[in-house]
Structures are given as structure tokens and as C-alpha cells.
Design a protein around this ligand. Structure first.
Ligand code: OGA
Ligand code: MN
Length: 209
């Protein structure tokens, strides 16, 4: 199997063009089907014990904050073959983004996330202008036959007007990428178990503006 067969120039041009003009991009054929299936099997077979309650902030500022978000997460590890394949894929994606967009991304970190029925993540930004080093946020979903009534949509807000500009069902195979500093977003309360991988491309210093 060629893991990277889907990483072709046409797809990259589509992504970078859309990121440049709109700041976010929603795709249904980003990962190849075999890798999507392997990741889905892996995330759905993780034990409850494998997940940690998600928190806000990093390192010393870290705190579990269950009024803002109630999902559970687990970082991917390059020691696990399936995780390693996804990390390798995203590393190829990073190189292409750097080639096309000159973003100077150096790192990608990502975790599996599980939203149990009733879980949500209120409106937030993944990075703050001028200080954070998260540049691009990504989300990949693993939930077959998602219905509108199941909730769990990712809502993306317009940076200035505050209007909802996108409502995305976390349907199996859907991949979303957006500029971390620009777009407030939220996860509507989910009525079903909802599985995903959320990740961030980073640069090694704050953006100077
Ligand atoms: C996050 C996040 C969105 C989603 O984890 O920061 O916004 O759709 N996730 O899971
Ligand atoms: Mn977020």
C-alpha cells in the first residue's frame, strides 16, 4: 500500500489555494481509505483508561476545565505503527505546506479525541494572535453515518462578524484544516460517541506582527 498516494500535487494546490483565500478547508478524500480505516479501528478500540480528560493550557498552566470542554484525549505516539503512519503522512503534508505557503511549520502534534454522549467543546480559539505558536489546526473524523440530529457538529465562526460560516458533521473521512489564530470554533454537544484526531502545526517562535 502506498500511504502517500493521495498526497498529490493537485490536492495540495486545492488545499493551499483554499487556505490562502478562505483560511480554512474541508476535504473528504485527504487520507487514503486504508489508513482511515486503520485509524478508526485504533481509536475505537482504545480503552477508556487510555484517554485523559482534556484540559486547557499547556504544561504548568494546564487545568482540566469541564465547563469549557468535556472530551477525552490521547496523544499519538510514533511508537505505535498506525499512529506512526498518520504522523508520517502529516509530516509529508507539512513539507508541502511549507513549500506552497512558506509558513515555516516545524512540528505537528496531535491527539485522538473521544466525545462521549453529552460531551462538547465551547467556542474557543486554538491560538492567540502574536503569542501562540499554533499556526494551523487540523481535525480528522471517524464516525460513520453521522446524522444532523446526532449533534457534534464543528461550527466555524467568521473572525470579524462572529457569524457561523461553516457547520461540519464529524463524518468518517472528513478532514478540516484552518488557520488557528483566525477562526473561533466550537463542538456542539454530541449525542453519539464521536471520535477524531485533532492536531496542530506549529512554528518555533511566536509570530511577529
Ligand atoms: C479542539 C477542537 C474540534 C473538533 O480540539 O481544539 O476544536 O471538531 N476540536 O473536534
Ligand atoms: Mn479547537
Amino acid at each position: 500500500m502506498n500511504t502517500f498516494s493521495y498526497l498529490n500535487d493537485a490536492l495540495f494546490e486545492q488545499i493551499t489555494e483554499t487556505l490562502t483565500t478562505r483560511g480554512y478547508c474541508v476535504l473528504t478524500d485527504f487520507l487514503n481509505p486504508e489508513l482511515t480505516a486503520s485509524l478508526q479501528r485504533r481509536v475505537m478500540n482504545l480503552d477508556d483508561d487510555d484517554f485523559k480528560h482534556a484540559g486547557i493550557g499547556r504544561e504548568h498552566g494546564f487545568q482540566v476545565e469541564n465547563t469549557i470542554r468535556t472530551d477525552e484525549t490521547r496523544w499519538l505516539s510514533d511508537q505505535h505503527p498506525v499512529d506512526a503512519m498518520f504522523l508520517q503522512y502529516m509530516s509529508e503534508f507539512k513539507l508541502a505546506l511549507n513549500r506552497h505557503l512558506f509558513l515555516g511549520l516545524f512540528d505537528y502534534e496531535c491527539h485522538y479525541a473521544h466525545y462521549a454522549p453529552g460531551a462538547f467543546y465551547k467556542k474557543h480559539l486554538d491560538a492567540f494572535k502574536g503569542e501562540a505558536n499554533r499556526v494551523l489546526s487540523t481535525v480528522m473524523y471517524f464516525n460513520k453515518d453521522w446524522q444532523q440530529d446526532d449533534g457534534g457538529q464543528l461550527l466555524i465562526y467568521h473572525p470579524e462578524s462572529g457569524d457561523v460560516i461553516e457547520s461540519i458533521n464529524p463524518e468518517y473521512g472528513t478532514f478540516v484544516v484552518f488557520m488557528s489564530e483566525e477562526f473561533p470554533h466550537q463542538v456542539v454537544k454530541s449525542k453519539r460517541d464521536r471520535y477524531s484526531i485533532t492536531g496542530w502545526f506549529r512554528i518555533d517562535r511566536p509570530l511577529l506582527r
